[in-house]
Write a protein that binds this ligand. Sequence first.
Ligand SMILES: Cc1cc2nc3c(=O)[nH]c(=O)nc-3n(C[C@H](O)[C@H](O)[C@H](O)COP(=O)(O)OP(=O)(O)OC[C@H]3O[C@@H](n4cnc5c(N)ncnc54)[C@H](O)[C@@H]3O)c2cc1C
Length: 376
Amino acid sequence: MNFTLDEPYLEIQRQAQDFARAIEPIAVQADEMSEIHPEVLAALQESGLSDLMVPVEFGGRTERLDPLAICVVREVLMATSAHADSMFALQGIGSYAITVAGSAQQRERWLPRIARAEVLPALALTEPNAGSDLKSVTTKLEASTDGLLLNGTKSYISNAGAAAFYVVFAREESGYSMVLVPADTAGVAVTPTPELIAPHVLGDVHFDNVRLPVDARLGDSGQGLGLVLATLGVFRVSVAGAAVGLAQAALEEAVRHTRTREQFGRPLARLGPVAQMLADCWTEVEMTRLLTYRAACLAVDDPAASLNHSSMAKLAASEAASRVVDRCVQMMGRYGLVRNSKIERLYRQARPMRIYEGASEVLRLGIARQLTKEIQ
Ligand SMILES: Cc1cc2nc3c(=O)[nH]c(=O)nc-3n(C[C@H](O)[C@H](O)[C@H](O)COP(=O)(O)OP(=O)(O)OC[C@H]3O[C@@H](n4cnc5c(N)ncnc54)[C@H](O)[C@@H]3O)c2cc1C
């Protein structure tokens, strides 16, 4: 058993650190944006890291996507900019169904450009009335005489408006299917979503009698849910990586502050309750990093079989990040409340992580179901 990252992962970590350093001066501005920040995109292209999201056969870096490598990058990026973290993560989240089930033509058309971050993808699952309960989607895909017809609305879709294509989850007679819709297809329209507490590139995407060729489907008709699960198998654990990075960054802010600020004749860090908060934060960061790296290692070998471990890591790390950053704000007193200071940004950015890619309560249900199956 080895508790340190191997050299190839350390090299990837160094690349992510270079990317993070390059965008640090514009991080506050980027994290306030609901549109793509062009300099962050240029830095992602320059970093070459998007090639981690595509198999080597189509211009990517590794034979198969490596969830541990993706985790390591997200841990670094989230500590600097949620905008950069999201942009990187979505290159994989939005294109993975093409990697798994795309036709040769779909893969050749899109994946090399994803690897170079020349285009941005989007994965459109959620609808106004279907969030956690994905099976209640009403977006409809129908076979017509000359192809496919798509109708419906997807909401809170990351990269909407900036994406070159949408991978859309829709209901069909045979079950649920995935279909690839280039953003410039007639009948596709994007409207803005309300701005979130932590701004994010988001929009609602409307499909109004969108006509598509039969080969726009990803995989077979009825394979949609399997493709969602495959995507979660690789990427859910990466949210845990981002949460660990966020918590570590918050803790570092609190340590720097409490070591130097004195009250009652001593640095805050030497006052009992503050010291306890620091210790609890560090302990939670270490615990969740270990759980996350282990789940990511399991996902390297078999993403589908290890989904429950990814869920545990995502649950533990996102909940811990919220606790850690909340304590850090507390330790920093009024200085922790300054709008757009690093700690205040992290505080806001921690919150959505407990909701997207599986709300904590929904994850707990799945984890408990698996536990009661395993223990007889
Ligand atoms: C920043 C951000 C980016 C997003 N990007 C995308 C994207 O790119 N593509 C996309 O398709 N979607 C995206 N979403 C939407 C996201 O996937 C949904 O918000 C998520 O699935 C939860 O759905 P909901 O918000 O409708 O909450 P609901 O499903 O309405 O749930 C609300 C709450 O009810 C509780 N709850 C729900 N079901 C259960 C249950 N079975 N048991 C117990 N408790 C339950 C939980 O506490 C949950 O938080 C994004 C959301 C955000 C915030």
